[in-house]
Design a protein around this ligand. Structure first.
Ligand code: MD3
Ligand code: FE
Length: 184
């Protein structure tokens, strides 16, 4: 991951419209990377700062995706979110992907975090879970459109990634499957 981050350095996305920076820094692995700027959220084949294609998804992550989802098709986006002290991610839905039938796989590394997940409507009640280094969450079925966010990170709770804090790797399909999941 560190080698890949040298090829695709972390960048600071900004909110569409306002241009307010995210507290989370990001990069991506794989053919499509999630980016956000004043123009909006979208998937792009190249890094917004270097202009180069994103590095390939590490084989270990591809294998993990296959084991957990049972899908032969690989993830197209491996989003890297890096949370320093004080970074958080507000409650949101992931729906920038046409492949909403496919699950999302999330791997947490480094410092722990307080994760919050609700239902498909913003007003639905939420539950909080602590995520620790090595935790893997698969969000499929009804959970795929659940509102979720990161309320806080527990700084210096783990020494796995000194200088990075918490890293979350989120694996996603973006384009619809040639043979949709429904009916398999
Ligand atoms: C629930 N990332 O990148 S991972 C994101 O820890 C994102 O960096 C958080 O939310 C993080 O969009 C949460 C867990 C997660 C990932 C995707 C989901 C939960 C999800 C998609 C649908 C529902
Ligand atoms: Fe999300």
């Amino acid at each position: 991951m560190r080698a890949h981050l040298e090829a695709a350095p972390l960048f600071q996305p900004v909110m569409p419209g306002s241009g307010r920076p995210f507290s989370v820094r990001m990069s991506n692995f794989g053919p499509l990377g999630w980016v956000s700027d004043r123009a909006g959220y979208r998937y792009e084949p190249c890094h917004p700062v270097t202009g180069r294609p994103w590095p390939p998804l590490p084989e270990a992550l591809r294998a993990l995706w296959g084991e957990l989802t049972g899908l032969a098709e690989p993830p197209e986006c491996g989003l890297v979110n890096v949370y320093g002290p004080g970074a958080r991610m507000g409650l949101h839905q992931d729906r920038d992907e046409a492949a909403l039938d496919c699950p999302v796989v999330s791997v947490s590394l480094g410092d722990g975090a307080l994760f919050r997940i609700g239902g498909p409507r913003r007003r639905d009640p939420t539950r909080s879970l602590r995520l620790a280094s090595g935790d893997v969450v698969v969000l499929g079925g009804a959970a795929r459109l659940a509102f979720h966010g990161i309320d806080r990170v527990y700084a210096v709770s783990c020494r796995l990634l000194p200088g990075l804090g918490r890293v979350n790797l989120t694996l996603r399909r973006v384009t619809p499957l040639a043979r949709p999941l429904r009916g398999r």
